[in-house]
Design a protein around this ligand. Structure first.
Ligand code: NAX
Length: 336
């Protein structure tokens, strides 16, 4: 065994389909590094324990040297005990005929309870990413009920939307997605999000960097194809697969955590849902997706000084308004 202390990584909803695509990458060292031992804490609800025990058997059969232990449980105390990282994918799914408010209320209950468990049992340095929808507002509730953990340790996943935006630009320009940098997802992980290419760069076949907006040269495509495709991509996958995104969501979770752990690249930023500090006029405390850079000490900061035109401002405000409404509904549920 190595002398490096194992990292305790909690994944909730761990009998679900995102977790099934995610757990191997974490246990294989693809996120926290090839010399970082891992102890997986896997939480799901009681009726999923048999299924979860099968996931554990498979993880054992992967025979991964970095995987020091797998704890499967339906107890929040066991799941949150001494964890360094929390990936919260377990949430109440929307069922047919369910009102948005009912969905929100069911999730407020889950994230209130998990926030309290985080506060009581996790390491104070824990880094949290909320994946389960509505991800931004679930994250807001979680943080509210874990007051002993710094707000900057909480985030929600908008990296899948960010990756989708990169991929659409790459397809349009017939380049690979690594040549597309600094797209932005502003706001909510919902269909009101604003995928923004105005500040993005692309490397074209001339080997030079260009502004993505100017290289695309097609305002109509950006407004009427690119933005709606990214905003509604989750629904398109659900319609085709009859299941929501899982492989791409797991990949995005890995990207999100790897960049948070190790820092973003020199000339790049990424999108993360983080508590607003009032930047770009967004209400303080809302969990809003911004362009962020992360330093070598796992500290993120919102990229400042980007010029915002009136059209962009309108879209940024619309998604902000939706988050304010979700927050108010969640708070009303909490006080009931
Ligand atoms: P699944 O339905 O396959 O799995 C969810 C799992 O969570 C189930 O095993 C369920 O038993 C468990 N669960 C429910 N309540 C729980 C609780 N209180 N504690 C622990 N576990 C609990 O869903 P999956 O496809 O894995 O998606 C998980 C979540 O990610 C969903 O809320 C989904 O909407 C959300 N997504 C978020 C994305 C994002 O970018 N932020 C993209 C992908 C995905 O749609």
């Amino acid at each position: 065994m190595s002398s490096v202390e194992p990292l305790r990584v909690l994944v909730t909803g761990s009998a679900g389909q995102i977790a099934y695509s995610l757990l191997f990458s974490i246990a294989n060292g693809d996120v926290f590094g090839k010399s970082q031992p891992i102890i997986l804490h896997l939480l799901d609800i009681p009726m999923m324990m048999t299924s979860l025990s099968g996931v554990k058997l498979e993880l054992e059969d992967c025979s991964l040297p970095l995987l020091h232990n797998v704890i499967t449980t339906d107890s929040e105390e066991v799941a949150f005990k001494d964890i360094d990282v929390a990936i919260l994918a377990g949430s109440m799914p929307r069922r047919e005929g369910m009102e948005r408010k009912d969905l929100l209320a069911a999730n407020v209950k889950i994230f209130k309870s998990q926030g309290q468990a985080l506060d009581k049992f996790a390491k104070k340095s824990v880094r949290v990413v909320v994946v389960g929808n509505p991800a931004n507002t679930n994250c807001y509730v979680l943080s509210k009920f874990a007051p002993s953990i710094a707000p900057e340790n909480f985030s929600c996943l908008t990296r899948l939307d960010h990756n989708r935006a990169k991929a659409q630009v790459a397809l349009k320009l017939n380049i690979t997605s690594d040549k597309v940098k600094n797209v932005i997802i502003w706001g909510n992980h919902s269909s009101t999000q604003f995928p923004d290419v105005k500040h993005a760069t692309v490397e074209l076949s001339d080997g030079k960097k260009h502004n993505a907006y100017e290289a695309i040269k097609d305002d109509n495509w950006i407004k009427n194809e690119f933005i709606p495709v990214v905003q509604k991509r989750g629904a398109a996958i659900l319609a085709a697969r009859k299941l929501s995104s899982a492989m791409s969501a797991a990949k995005a979770i890995c990207d999100h955590m790897r960049d948070w752990w190790n820092g973003t690249k020199e000339d790049e930023w990424v999108s993360m849902g983080v508590p607003s500090d009032g930047s770009y006029g967004i209400e303080k405390g809302l969990i809003y997706s911004f362009p962020v850079r992360v330093d070598k000490n796992k500290k993120w900061s919102i990229v400042q000084g980007l010029a915002i035109d009136d059209w962009s401002r309108g879209l940024m405000d619309k998604t902000c308004q939706e988050l304010q409404e979700e927050k108010n509904d969640a708070l009303a549920t909490v006080s009931n």
